[in-house]
Design a protein. Structure first.
Length: 420
C-alpha cells in the first residue's frame, strides 16, 4: 500500500505551508499572502480551512504538546485540518505527507514530534473541553471574548447561527448595468445551464464556474456582496456624491450605475488605493467616477457643503466578514473595536460637514460591534442636526439595520441620515 500523498497533493501542502507562514509568522494579510499557486482550489481549501479552524486546532495541539516554534505550529495545524476535515485524504497519507514536508522545510529534527502528535489526532486521542462556553468556542473555533459578545447581543439561537456560520460556497455577482441588465445575465447563465438564485439586493448567487469567470472577464458582471449593494441602495444617489472611504471602488462604481447622471467623487488616503479605484472604474466603464486622494480624518474646506449625498463606509474592525477573511481574528481583538470607534467619529464628523442642506448621508461598516455601529449613530445624532431616515431597501428598518453574516450576506451595519 502506498503510504504517501501523490506528488500533486504534496505540492498543495507545500503551497499552503508557505502561504500560511506569511500569515502566522510574517503577519501578512491573507489576501497579500496568497500566490497564483495558492489560489488552486485544493490549496485554497487547506489555507482557508486552517485559518477557520485555527482556535480549535490550537486547543487540540496545545493539549498534546508544547509547540516549539510557529513554523512547526503551521505544519501541525495543516495536519489537523486535513485529518479532520478533508475526507478525500487518507489519514496515514496526511501524517506521512506533513512529516515529509517538515523534512523539506528545515524541521526534520522535529519530525518525530510531528508524527506522534498527528497520529494522536488521527486516532482522536485528545480531550474535548467540558465547560459549556469552552465547548461553544471549540466547536465554532472562535475566541471566547468574541463568543461572549455575540451571545450578549443576540438571542441564543441567532448567536449560535452567527458563531457557527460557514463560508458561503457560492459567489454573488451583479450585472454591469452599463453593458447589460440582470435579465440578460439570467439568460446567459440559463443558456450555459448554470444554476443561479436571485437575491434581495438585485444580484445573483452562483457557483464560480468557467461561464461566470468568462462573463467577469468580458466585464458584463462583477463580484459584489449583497450587503455591499444594499449600502449603495440605501443612499439612493443623485447629484454630486462623495464616497469618503472608497477603495477598492466597488461601492463608488455601483453608486455611479444607480444614477448614471450623478458625479461620484471617490476618495481614499493614498495613491495605491486611488489607482485601485481608477482601475476598477475603467474596467466597469464608469466615467462619472472621479478618484481623489483625501484623508477622511482631516477636514477638507473644498468639500464643505458641496455634496448632495455622502457615503461613509468607514474603516472598521471587519468582524462581519470573518467568513471571507478568516485571518481577522489573528490581527484584531476588542482593542481594535475601541480604536476604530475613535477613527470613525473623526471621519463621519467631516462627512456631515461636506453634506448640503437637504442631503443624505449613509454610514456603514462591515462589523458587528455596537461601539462602531449603534454608538456612532448616537454620536451623529448628538453632535449634528442630522436625523435618521428610513431606508428604501428590502429589510425592515427605521433608518438603521444590522445584517448578520449568514448565507450569502456579510455582516454589515447601515444607517441613513438626512440633513435639514
Amino acid at each position: 500500500m502506498e503510504n504517501n500523498l501523490p506528488k500533486a497533493q504534496m505540492a498543495y501542502l507545500g503551497v499552503a505551508y508557505r502561504s500560511l507562514n506569511k500569515v502566522f509568522i510574517e503577519k501578512k494579510y491573507l489576501d497579500d499572502a496568497l500566490t497564483v499557486a495558492s489560489k488552486d482550489a485544493t490549496a485554497t481549501k487547506i489555507i482557508y480551512g486552517v485559518l477557520e479552524k485555527n482556535f480549535q486546532a490550537e486547543y487540540v495541539i496545545g493539549s498534546l504538546c508544547k509547540v516549539p516554534d510557529l513554523a512547526v505550529g503551521t505544519l501541525l495545524k495543516i495536519g489537523y485540518y486535513c485529518l479532520l476535515y478533508m475526507d478525500s485524504l487518507p489519514d496515514y497519507a496526511v501524517v506521512n505527507g506533513v512529516v515529509e514536508l517538515s523534512k523539506k522545510t528545515g524541521k526534520g529534527g522535529l519530525s518525530g514530534l510531528i508524527n506522534a502528535v498527528l497520529k494522536k489526532i488521527s486516532r482522536r486521542e485528545y480531550k474535548l473541553p467540558e465547560d459549556d462556553m469552552d465547548k461553544l468556542c471549540f466547536e465554532s473555533s472562535k475566541p471566547k471574548w468574541f463568543a461572549k459578545y455575540i451571545l450578549s447581543k443576540y438571542d441564543y439561537e441567532t448567536a449560535i447561527s452567527v458563531l457557527n456560520s460557514e463560508p458561503c460556497e457560492e459567489e454573488h455577482i451583479r450585472a454591469n448595468t452599463r453593458l447589460c441588465d440582470l435579465t440578460q445575465i439570467e439568460k446567459m447563465l440559463s443558456s450555459a445551464t448554470v444554476e443561479y438564485q436571485l437575491t434581495m439586493a438585485g444580484g445573483l448567487k452562483v457557483k464560480n464556474c468557467a461561464t461566470v469567470k468568462n462573463m467577469f472577464s468580458e466585464g458584463v458582471v462583477t463580484f459584489q456582496s449583497p450587503s455591499s449593494m444594499l449600502v449603495c441602495s440605501a443612499l439612493q444617489p443623485y447629484g454630486r456624491v462623495l464616497d469618503l472611504c472608497a477603495a477598492p471602488g466597488g461601492k463608488a462604481v455601483y453608486l455611479s450605475e444607480l444614477d448614471i447622471k450623478c458625479e461620484v467623487v471617490a476618495c481614499d488616503i493614498n495613491s495605491r488605493k486611488i489607482n485601485q479605484i481608477k482601475s476598477y472604474a475603467k474596467r466597469m466603464c464608469a466615467p462619472n467616477v472621479k478618484a481623489v486622494i483625501n484623508d477622511g480624518t482631516v477636514f477638507n474646506k473644498d468639500f464643505e457643503n458641496a455634496f448632495d449625498c455622502v457615503l461613509v463606509d468607514a474603516p472598521c474592525s471587519c468582524f462581519g466578514t470573518f467568513r471571507k477573511h478568516p485571518d481577522t481574528f489573528l490581527r484584531h481583538d476588542y482593542s481594535t473595536v475601541k480604536q476604530m470607534s475613535a477613527l470613525q467619529k473623526k471621519i463621519v464628523s467631516n462627512g456631515v460637514k461636506y453634506l448640503k442642506s437637504g442631503g443624505t448621508l449613509v454610514y456603514a461598516t462591515c462589523t458587528l460591534f455596537k461601539e462602531e455601529n449603534e454608538d456612532i449613530v448616537k454620536y451623529i445624532l448628538k453632535t449634528s442636526d442630522l436625523k435618521l431616515d428610513k431606508m428604501n431597501i428590502p429589510l425592515k428598518n427605521e433608518g438603521e439595520v444590522n445584517i448578520l453574516p449568514l448565507e450569502e450576506f456579510d455582516g454589515f451595519f447601515i444607517a441613513r441620515f438626512v440633513k435639514p
